[in-house]
Write a protein that binds this ligand. Structure first.
Ligand SMILES: Nc1ncnc2c1ncn2[C@@H]1O[C@H](COP(=O)(O)OP(=O)(O)O)[C@@H](O)[C@H]1O
Ligand SMILES: [Mg+2]
Length: 277
């Protein structure tokens, strides 16, 4: 079977006063219906790689590749109009901060419904039922009440769950999650990632999880690409990360709190300690 995503020699460049600078320097990878992590420090080209797949890099940014296909579709040959039919419906992207992605003047329910009707024509009643079911799937209690709230009335963690609901309600084949929990408290991060993980497995989707956090990608992905300065310096199965060879990866590993320490075992903060501060 052909891979879901097949990328060869992807390059992204931007003009600077000193000439064009490549920020992604000829990377290649494939993705099946699996969970791929892209990890690396800030500025290594992770987001540009994710955005390239959706053709979201605008001029003067320039994207070239020898091959870039999604489910057999040659993305390089798609027009902007073609891409609009693919974005959301077949490939979705969740970004870092829901505050910038949610529309402040629409209720949560209206926004999730809109994400669905943009791609599928359905009777009103069914749309409402799917919105409520989707809110339940992202573990929101009392979904009928939450559907009527505006973005400023919900927490950051709930906002990100609403974003995930919006992105997944059209049932895409691939989810690109770019630092989806970086703006959230650590305690909420794991909840949000568990939800993404469950939904991706349930629906047999492909996932690209982009993060600067090696422990996070090693926990939630099957395979990992390590990026540094626009290149892939290491590619490995998540369970074999400990045996990584490249000095850059070894450095990232060394900077991590111990790998075998699971998140549940992190100490729970005693809230009373902070009272009054
Ligand atoms: N519009 C732009 N013009 C010039 N350089 C850019 C632009 N957008 C991003 N870059 C540069 O591209 C590099 C890679 O960015 P990015 O993919 O966002 O990194 P990451 O997501 O790994 O933190 C960074 O060095 C960034 O400064
Ligand atoms: Mg980024």
């Amino acid at each position: 079977m052909a891979p879901l995503v097949d990328i060869a020699n992807l390059r992204v460049s931007f003009p600077t006063p000193r000439g064009r600078v490549e920020v992604v320097k000829g990377i290649s990878f494939t993705l099946g219906r699996e969970r791929l992590g892209i990890v690396g420090e800030s500025g290594s080209g992770k987001s540009m790689t994710g955005r390239s797949i959706l053709k979201l890099i605008r001029p003067p940014g320039r994207v070239t590749a020898d091959r870039m296909t999604f489910d057999g579709i040659d993305l390089l040959a798609q027009s902007e109009r073609d891409m609009r039919a693919i974005r959301g419906a077949r490939i979705s992207m969740v970004m870092q901060d829901p505050k910038f992605s949610l529309n402040p003047v629409m209720t949560v329910g209206e926004q999730i419904a809109e994400a669905l009707v943009t791609h599928k024509k359905l009777p009103r009643r069914q749309i409402y039922e799917r919105v409520i079911a989707m809110l339940e799937a992202v573990r929101i209690n009392d979904p009928a009440r939450v559907a009527k709230l505006y973005p400023h009335e919900i927490s950051g963690g709930m906002g990100q769950r609403v974003m995930i609901a919006m992105m997944l309600i059209p049932e895409p084949d691939l989810l690109i999650a770019d630092e989806p929990t970086s703006a959230l408290d650590v305690s909420v991060q794991a909840q949000v990632l568990d939800i993404i993980d469950d939904l991706v497995r349930d629906k047999g989707m492909g996932l690209i999880l982009i993060s600067h956090d090696l422990s996070l990608v090693s926990r939630y992905c099957d395979r990992i690409l390590v990026m540094n300065a626009g290149t892939v310096v290491e590619e490995c199965v998540a369970s074999e990360l400990q045996n990584a060879k490249h000095p850059y990866t070894r450095g990232l590993l060394a900077a991590m709190p111990t790998l075998d320490e699971s998140r549940e075992e992190l100490p729970v903060l005693d809230r009373t300690q902070w009272a009054g501060t």
